[in-house]
Design a protein around this ligand. Structure first.
Ligand SMILES: [Zn+2]
Ligand SMILES: [Zn+2]
Length: 269
């Protein structure tokens, strides 16, 4: 039996002798099935040809990605705090060195997911790191393709994961799309880890909000307004997106407010 992984989105599937026939995440209108059709790779084959790469982002925050890229090139963020460590979002592969290094740093208290495009290898990461709870919003449970008792759905709009570290469901991209607020980040000015909920664009003074990025489907004005209103109440000055160039070092709260205003103005003009 193998764990099969969707090559397009990096999602893991329940163990099976044969590869799956479809991937719900890719068939959803926010993603796509490539023209050559859905393709799969077994976990062992992936592990034999790929490795994790670490990069320090700021004190207490490290990016971990898979090289070469798998799926959409997801990166996971390891957040270290005096109350324990949390993993934000996930990648399709965890190598032994990374597992050992995280354990040396004190292990994890939880794995927090922004939305299904980052579910990838969440069950593998949790199992390898002591079976820590996988916190994902219950609204998106239908997209879980490798069920596990470690998955701990949460409800509502806010969940304090550890002191000073909270999940906020802002919605938009997915019903359960969430961000992680880290109040001590950026020297106490606050950091927001955003997944695809808030998207740092090419001009890094700005962000955007989309229902689908690959298929370029916008969100309604009321959703953008709601996301911006919720974000305005959070404590942050810096944003880290899923890839290294998706980064606003300072003034990020103003960027979100200004960008939402521009987006809504264009939709409604
Ligand atoms: Zn997929
Ligand atoms: Zn996404």
């Amino acid at each position: 039996m193998s764990i099969w992984i969707c090559k397009t989105c990096g999602a893991h599937f329940a163990p099976s002798d044969v590869c799956p026939s479809r991937c719900l995440i890719c068939e959803d209108e926010r993603q796509y099935v490539p023209e050559v059709g859905q393709q799969w790779i077994a976990r062992e084959a992936l592990a034999a040809t790929h490795a994790n790469e670490w990069s320090e982002l700021e004190p207490g925050l490290t990016g971990i990605s898979v090289v070469p890229d798998v799926g959409i090139g997801q990166r996971t963020l390891l957040l270290q705090s005096p109350h324990g460590n949390v993993l934000w979002d996930c990648t399709a592969m965890l190598d032994g060195k990374t597992r050992d290094r995280i354990q040396e740093l004190g292990g994890l208290k939880a794995i927090c997911l922004s939305h299904p495009h980052f579910y990838t290898g969440m069950v593998e990461w949790s199992e390898a790191l002591g079976g820590v709870p996988i916190l994902l919003h219950e609204s998106d449970l239908a997209y879980v393709q490798r069920p596990s008792e470690l998955i701990t759905p949460w409800q509502g709009d806010r969940l304090e994961v550890l002191p000073g570290i909270a999940l906020h469901r802002l919605g938009g991209h997915f019903d359960g799309s969430s961000v992680l607020e880290w109040r001590a980040g950026a020297d106490g000015k606050g950091v927001l880890l955003v997944g695809d909920t808030i998207h740092v664009v090419a001009d890094r003074r700005w962000v955007s909000f989309m229902y689908s990025f690959p298929n370029v489907i916008p969100l309604p004005a009321r959703e953008v307004r709601r996301i911006a209103d919720r974000a305005a109440a959070l404590h942050f000055d810096r944003i880290y997106g899923p890839w290294k160039e998706k980064f606003i070092p300072a003034g990020a709260k103003e960027s979100v407010a200004r960008s939402a205003e521009r987006y809504i103005r264009l939709l409604e003009s």
